[in-house]
Design a protein around this ligand. Structure first.
Ligand code: PRX
Length: 676
């Protein structure tokens, strides 16, 4: 825990006091009248009997090989078991059953590559390809229970790879393509994966980028590291770049699939069989492998996708812009939409390639009716100007979603007016890698939406805001967001570290899941998220750990000490700002602007190599000292004041209260900053 006070709000979130007097709310429009009763009914059923409600959702939305008889076993709390005596297969639910129901010709995926190449994949096509991939994995020695790491760009093959793993009961661990070889190595090692699926590269910002070299580096022998557990690497050909080849280890994806049969019997697994591990940043230097299992996860992914977005699988075209490397891509590109039999757009590239209207062009082209994206993207498009989306027909849009970080009311209003034509409701959805699926969100048929608030726990979910003593705060009060009852898609632990799971989420408030977010309740009892209260930063909706970046910085030979903070940023919500003390012989290097710029570049590149480009600090400030309490804890609150150009707050608890004067005096001298 840091010294952040949730009642004062985070700098990246809307200031509630300023907002409340002008907050407007937008009642559901007439188009949603037909759904209003059904959605209101969900709240009623869930409050009447929560477990029976979830059992009903699990039976209705998921097809079971063996029906379950018990809904929740909480006797091993905080590890839940949902629907535990049922068996099922996730890929069968996402693909085969739609074909069996006569929807084989329905488009599952409209793929659009960044260079403009397209591919239409029906549910029948998906069934064949997933079956081939499952057979190929088996032929390469992957067995039920083995872990497979997936390190791919946004391609149809990414979805196929995940489903092929699920089909044989091999938990996948997708690593975002923007992570470095070092980050990949540690995740592969922690999961003890036996196979990696990657690509030669992908297209990004108009050029092919490479991926395979990072895999080669991550698997190469390294001094001090155990030999890799990986036996095979499957390589998707996307860009035709030359790649190094390790004979006996590397196999082309297209060759392996060509040899494989398109018939495959999905392996029925127990509801609590691991479906995936997804690494996410926590408050320590070591990423946590968040473990999700099959039955409960699928139930809640499908339930939330259907109700939060008011999905009509026969007519809607859905698009979630998240990468499959993040949890949003897992639950709302792969499992939620496909289990619901939706038609969706999958786009490989960036929103500004080859022009800044690319997203809106895609919405017009595919008549997208539901769009799910992150506030950072909305703010970026807002900066580019209304004319760009104004040049496209966006009238097909009927529901807009936001996820990953607090959305400021200005961006919310812009999203509603310019993208949603002042009619499409916005659902601001709060959840986490750990929760597996959406937890707090308006429902478009019944909730009058408020700019900047995620508002209410979904039917079946129990969330509240508590004070330091774990007491629920009254309406109008602030504190910490907690979840008070287990939910089907909750994490089942941290891979290989049950103690860390208990300590991280269940030790702060007894019997309550502590999410790590500050929150307030307004006078109507609606929940407003105020940002993280721990050492986790949120940059462009990506979760980064201050400690992880500090460890990366101090692993560089010229750095003696480092402290990292998330400073408010107009576009990315927060930006990484690092304060470093250089080692004795290097201390003078940053005394000139040129020297400071050089040090900054060297360190930024180093963080890029250790973790990945997303973690590179926007600013690195060389300082003579760091503010510490008497017990040696860095007071990030004071550094945040400096990073955000504010007067430095109360420094009386510092071991040496003159340190802040030293820091601010030193920073009056020129120091470079960088943006990319
Ligand atoms: O701080 C909250 C923020 O993102 C964190 C979870 O990050 P991650 O596990 O990477 O998952 C992101 C996608 C679900 C949360 O602890 N967060 C997520 N959604 C919102 C949000 N903050 C405010 N409003 C949201 N809608």
């Amino acid at each position: 825990m840091t010294d952040t006070n949730p009642t004062s709000g985070s700098a990246s979130s809307p200031s509630l006091e300023n907002l409340l007097h002008e907050t407007r709310s937008f009642p559901p429009s007439a188009e949603f009248a037909a759904q209003a009763n059904a959605q209101a009914d969900l709240y009623e059923k869930a409050s009447a009997d929560r477990l029976e409600f979830w059992a009903g959702q699990a039976r209705e939305l998921v097809t079971w090989k063996t029906p379950f008889t018990e809904t929740l076993d909480w006797s091993g709390a905080p590890v839940a078991r949902w629907f535990a005596d049922g068996t099922l297969n996730a890929a069968y639910n996402a693909v085969d059953r739609h074909v069996e129901a006569g929807h084989g010709d329905r488009v599952a995926i409209h793929f659009e590559g960044e260079p403009g190449d397209t591919r239409t994949v029906t549910y029948a096509d998906l069934q064949q390809e997933v079956s081939r991939a499952a057979n190929a994995l088996t032929a390469l020695g992957v067995q039920t229970g083995d872990r497979v790491v997936i390190y791919l760009p946004m391609l149809v093959e990414s979805v196929v790879a995940m489903l092929a793993c699920a089909r044989i009961g091999a938990p996948h661990s997708v690593v975002f393509g923007g992570f470095s070889a070092d980050a990949l190595r540690s995740r592969v090692a922690d999961a003890e994966a036996t196979l990696v699926i990657t690509a030669d590269g992908g297209y990004r910002r108009g050029a092919p980028s490479a991926l395979k070299p990072a895999v080669d580096e991550a698997l190469a022998p390294k001094e001090g590291a155990d030999p890799t557990t990986v036996r095979k690497v499957l390589v998707v050909r996307r860009t035709e770049q030359d790649v190094d080849w390790v004979e006996g280890r590397d196999v082309w994806w297209h060759e392996a699939l060509a040899e494989a049969s398109d018939q495959h019997e999905p392996v029925a697994v127990e509801a609590e069989h691991p479906l995936f591990i997804l690494y996410t940043s926590g408050t320590t230097g070591k990423p946590k492998g968040i473990l999700h299992t099959t039955g409960g996860y699928l139930t809640q992914a499908a339930y939330t996708h259907r109700n939060v977005f008011d999905l009509k699988p026969e007519t809607d075209v859905y698009w979630c812009t998240a990468d499959v490397g993040w949890v949003t891509g897992h639950s709302y590109v792969v499992y939620g939409p496909l289990v619901n039999g939706a038609t969706q757009v999958l786009y490989e590239g960036t929103p500004d390639t080859p022009h800044r209207g690319r997203w809106w062009e895609l919405i017009e082209k595919y008549k997208v009716s539901i769009l799910y994206t992150a506030p950072t993207a909305i703010r970026t498009c807002m900066k580019w100007g209304d004319d760009i989306p104004g040049g496209f027909d966006l009238s097909s849009l009927r529901v807009l979603g936001s996820v990953g970080e607090p959305i400021n009311p200005e961006a919310w209003m812009w999203y509603r007016r310019v993208i949603g034509g002042d009619k499409a409701p916005i659902v601001d959805t709060w959840w986490q890698t750990e929760t597996g699926a959406i937890m707090i969100s308006p429902l478009p048929g019944v909730t009058a939406t408020k700019p900047g608030s995620a508002q209410v726990a979904l039917p079946g979910i129990a969330a509240t805001v508590v004070d330091d003593e774990a007491q629920p705060v009254p309406d109008g009060g602030g504190g910490y967001l907690v979840l008070t009852e287990p939910w089907p898609s909750m994490l089942r632990g941290i891979w290989g570290d049950l103690e860390r799971y208990k300590e991280t989420y269940w030790s702060r408030f007894e019997g309550l899941y502590f999410a790590g977010d500050g929150a307030k309740k307004d006078e109507d009892g609606d929940i407003w998220l105020l940002g993280r209260v721990d050492d986790v930063m949120n940059v462009s909706g990506h979760r980064l750990s201050t400690t992880e970046i500090e460890s990366a910085l101090v692993s560089h030979e010229i750095v003696a000490e480092a402290a990292v903070v998330g400073a408010a940023d107009d576009t990315t919500g927060q930006a990484v700002v690092a304060f470093v003390i250089l080692r004795g012989s290097h201390a003078g290097r940053a005394s000139t602007p040129e020297g400071a710029a050089e040090v900054q570049k060297e360190l930024r590149d180093h963080v890029g190599k250790e973790i990945g480009p997303i973690a590179k600090p926007k600013k690195i400030l060389v300082v003579p000292e760091l503010p510490k309490t008497r017990s040696g804890k860095i007071m990030r609150r004071l550094l945040r004041d400096v990073a955000e150009d504010r007067a430095v707050g109360d420094a009386t608890t510092l071991a040496d209260s003159s340190v802040m004067d030293l820091i601010t005096a030193g920073l009056a001298a020129p120091s470079a900053s960088s943006e990319d």
